[in-house]
Ligand binder design. Structure first.
Ligand code: ATP
Ligand code: MG
Length: 258
């Protein structure tokens, strides 16, 4: 079965989507079969891997139950990488599914029949702790938390920790934080180093050794519909995400034979 990773942080603009796309593509280059699920109505993940966010079947149709997950999966142009696109409709899904039975486990149930076809499922969560994020956390084995090395990075973290604890208690006892990715790190700034130290202290051993530097190439890549490892593989950002993918493999596949 696939290892399911939710990239979550309810804070906006911290690098969830950039990390989800680039870790997914880097794992694909390491011969892992990866399904990337865009769970944000903004659809940035969808566009970032070169798919259209305006037409066709999307995660919305899967969550409201009109199509099975298998019909929403699209092959991307990248090695070992498939994706489920998102459309603006997804913004309305929370209301539509709010009154359903098992409304928090719709994504988990939809993934069951397809999960064995992949090594990793990566879910890019929206910047909220609403029902769509809850579905992602219920479906996931692990949470990856991208955090921007800025002054307020740790603010709001208690809400995320509280939500994770709640999900663990109520729906998904195996859920845990597998790693924290430090994003937009600027080595020239004292502040970046200070915040990184504080986050490492808070998360004791969970923070990935490699940090993602602030890099123009990373912010340009989505406008070309390409993950960084296809846009500029040897840029600082490209190398950082390749290393983080290796760290994920070492952490999560320990003891597994492949
Ligand atoms: P949202 O909460 O809106 O979903 P997010 O957490 O998914 O946002 P991203 O969309 O990945 O965050 O990043 C926010 C912005 O910062 C984007 O314009 C992205 O291109 C840019 N960005 C992300 N990481 C980096 C980086 N390491 N260097 C430079 N720019 C970056
Ligand atoms: Mg995003």
């Amino acid at each position: 079965m696939a290892t399911i990773l939710a990239f979550a942080n309810q804070k906006g603009g911290v690098g969830k989507t950039t990390s989800a796309i680039n870790v997914a593509a880097a794992l694909g280059l390491c011969s892992r079969r990866v399904l990337l699920i865009d769970a944000d109505p903004q659809g940035n993940c969808t566009g970032g891997v070169g798919l259209s966010k305006n037409d066709g079947v999307s995660l919305y149709d899967v969550l409201v139950g009109t199509v099975p997950m298998s019909s929403a999966i699209q092959q991307t142009a990248f090695r070992n990488l498939w994706a489920v696109p998102s459309t603006m409709d997804l913004a309305g899904a929370e209301l539509e599914i709010a009154s359903r039975d098992h409304r928090e486990s719709l994504l988990s149930a939809a993934l069951l029949p397809v999960a064995s076809a992949f090594d990793y499922v990566i879910i890019d969560c929206p910047p909220s702790l609403g029902l769509v994020t809850l579905n992602a956390l219920v479906a996931a084995d692990h949470v990856i938390v991208p955090m921007q090395c800025e002054y307020f990075a740790l603010e709001g973290l208690s809400q995320l920790s509280f939500t994770i604890r709640n999900v663990r208690r109520t729906y998904n006892p195996r859920l845990e934080i597998a790693g924290v990715i430090l994003t937009m790190f600027d080595g020239r700034l004292n502040l970046s180093h200070q915040v990184a130290r504080e986050i490492r202290r808070h998360f004791e051993g969970k923070v990935f050794k490699n940090t993602v530097p602030r890099s123009v190439r990373l912010s340009e890549a989505p406008s070309h519909g390409k993950p960084i490892c296809y846009y500029d593989r040897y840029s600082k950002g490209g190398l950082a995400y390749a290393e983080i993918a290796q760290e994920i493999i070492r952490r999560l596949e320990k003891g597994q034979s492949r």
